[in-house]
Design a protein around this ligand. Structure first.
Ligand code: COI
Length: 353
């Protein structure tokens, strides 16, 4: 259905020859085209694919004042047969609509999200890198476009998808600091939604942690800073006494697609698994006693990012080195095999563009 509604204006000349695919930085280079749709008069309209370009707005653009802005993240891979694949994009579509509902924004019909994504990737297929660890990062996002400075939900919105060829988000194992002062999310808040403000609020604490030599923060609960939640850029997973342990999804933790994918694989592998609160005390004692065997982050951008140490109240606790047969490495390989078509997709996860 989208074919008849979508207007496509391809670039006259691709910029791809100017890109150094051997030195890709995360999120700095953008592919030739973008998808854009407008919401007005209660419906999505004006669906178009056009050259990636600057947009012009009024200074009264509501997003700039009250932050009605949400986004998603996915990755496209080129598999060994040359197909462009994405893992479970419908999960991202569903989560985008959950974020939209919380932020009082309109939902996106599946044919706009998936149709726009598919046509855009077909046009920018040459931008999907094939080097190990590289992919085309897909950034769908929606924002309020009314010109109004009163506090109210906007009546108009834009939805866009832009694509960026990327290497790894974290190029080596990371050191994270447990945050015991700042708070990312509180019960009843917007922590589960991928709205821009969650990330804006994390910048200062993350910068302070980075200035102290850490790569990121481990957020803790807003009441007591007693339980670990997520890392902002990724969900957190631990192998404790041979069990995969992760915090349960709640309204303060993002329902990560990679998180769910890894938990499903772990269940299929009959790996003992617990979704339960993990206290800071359990973590620190467990690292010291050797019960914590692995700690890693899981996310679209981060994929599976092992931690080499966790900092808490001025002390760094070193984690065991991740070995080739560790869960983190095995599940990373499993994900790679699925994305690259080396393994049969028995769970119907792989979407071929
Ligand atoms: C993602 O993993 O796609 C994210 O959105 C996390 C981060 C890059 C903001």
């Amino acid at each position: 259905m989208i074919d008849t509604l979508l207007e496509i204006n391809p670039v006259a000349q691709s910029r791809i020859s100017t890109v150094d695919f051997d030195n890709l930085q995360f999120g700095r280079t953008f592919a030739d085209h973008m998808f854009m749709a407008d919401y007005a008069d209660g419906q999505w309209q004006n669906l178009q694919i056009l050259p990636y370009q600057t947009l012009q707005f009024s200074p009264a653009l509501m997003t700039l004042h009250y932050g009605q802005a949400i986004f998603e993240g996915m990755k496209a891979y080129k598999n060994e047969a040359g197909d462009i694949t994405i893992l479970r994009p419908l999960k991202n579509w569903a989560r985008m609509n959950k974020s939209a509902a919380r932020m009082c924004m309109p939902e996106l019909p599946e044919e706009v999200f998936m149709g726009g994504l598919t046509e855009l990737l077909r046009l920018d297929a040459a931008w999907v890198p094939s080097a190990p660890g590289c992919s085309l990062y897909i950034r769908p996002f929606m924002f309020a476009t009314d010109e109004y400075v009163g506090v109210a939900p906007s009546k108009t919105y834009k939805f866009l998808i832009i694509n960026s060829p990327v290497g790894t988000y974290y190029s080596k194992p990371v050191k994270l600091r447990i945050e015991t002062h700042y708070v990312r999310a509180a019960k009843g808040g917007v922590g589960f939604a991928k709205n821009a403000g969650n990330y804006g609020g994390s910048l200062l604490p993350a910068k302070l942690a980075q200035d102290a030599g850490y790569d990121q923060i481990i957020w803790t609960d807003h009441k007591e800073h007693r339980y670990v939640e997520e890392a902002g850029t990724m969900n957190l997973m631990f192998v404790i006494d041979g069990k995969l342990v992760t915090a349960p999804i709640s309204d303060t933790i993002l329902d990560g697609v990679t998180r769910d994918t890894i938990l499903t694989i772990a269940r299929d592998w009959r790996m003992p698994l617990e979704e339960r609160p993990v206290s800071v005390d359990e973590l620190i004692e467990g690292i010291s006693s050797g019960r914590v065997q692995e700690a890693f982050g899981a996310g679209t951008a981060a994929v599976v990012s092992p931690m080499y140490a966790i900092g808490h109240e001025g002390t760094d606790y070193a984690l065991p080195e991740i070995t080739a047969d560790s869960f983190a490495r095995r599940v990373y390989r499993e994900l790679d095999d699925l994305k690259l078509g080396r393994k049969t997709d028995t769970r119907n996860w792989v979407y071929k563009v």
